[in-house]
Design a protein around this ligand. Sequence first.
Ligand code: NDP
Length: 248
Amino acid sequence: MMHPDLMKRFDLAGRSALVTGGARGIGLEIARTLRMAGASLMLADLDLDATRKAAAGVGAEVRAFRCDVADPRSVRDLAAAIGPCPDILVNNAGVGCDLPTKDISDDDWRLVISVNLDGAFYCCRTFGAAMAERGSGNIVNIGSMCGFIVAKPQNGPAYNASKAGVHMLTKNFACEWAKSGVRVNAVAPGYIATKMTSNPVSTWVELTPMGRLGRTEEIANVVQFLASDASSYMTGAILNVDGGYTSW
Ligand code: NDP
């Protein structure tokens, strides 16, 4: 059994956590995991009914909110609704897009950049600034291995650019708020089995050294580590959780 002093380093009891895009997939699993670690939880997503259902499944006291992270007013409304800023923010909301350049419409481009990159910026700015003012806080952004590499079989410039941007936002905010007690880190998942990857391509598994897609809890475990005191000297880090994909 784990020594209680070691368990304490991973414990989130008494801390509040906000997870965006928390109604399903990786976000929902992050919510479950942070809850198991003792955090009190708030989920925010586009569809309020789905978010309420997801929240009820995580725990009776979990609060659900509607928020479109791509809309700065919606993010400000969320901040007003949840009150004092959370101890932990997980910027998970995102949309996928593997359209090659010739097929990307202006609307496709804007949607991907506005949800994945603008959304992370608006949430970091709104909640991170309040955390910095308070003198404590922890932000975990969900980036992607596609923020580092062009994954075969085809490139997806909008998604890749949006996630590379999330990684650099992570480093910028980490430096900006390091002395204000706010840590900002990111996880860069490889292919994880969710609705976003519901039409898997054979090369995803073939090109992943571990020979399988990842499971949502394999991302959530790393988020929990980054959100806890166990990672207290880490800020500006982007952790690859990709079954070895980016190591070839
Ligand atoms: P899912 O599509 O399963 O879930 C994404 C969630 O985000 C949905 O609940 C969706 O709501 C919500 N969402 C979409 N747009 C917005 C918005 N504008 N405001 C608020 N919420 C929104 O995706 P995953 O769980 O797979 O992905 C979660 C994160 O992990 C994303 O950032 C993704 O880019 C990243 N990631 C995923 C990988 C994978 O292989 N699955 C790999 C690398 C990174 P709705 O259903 O209403 O659209």
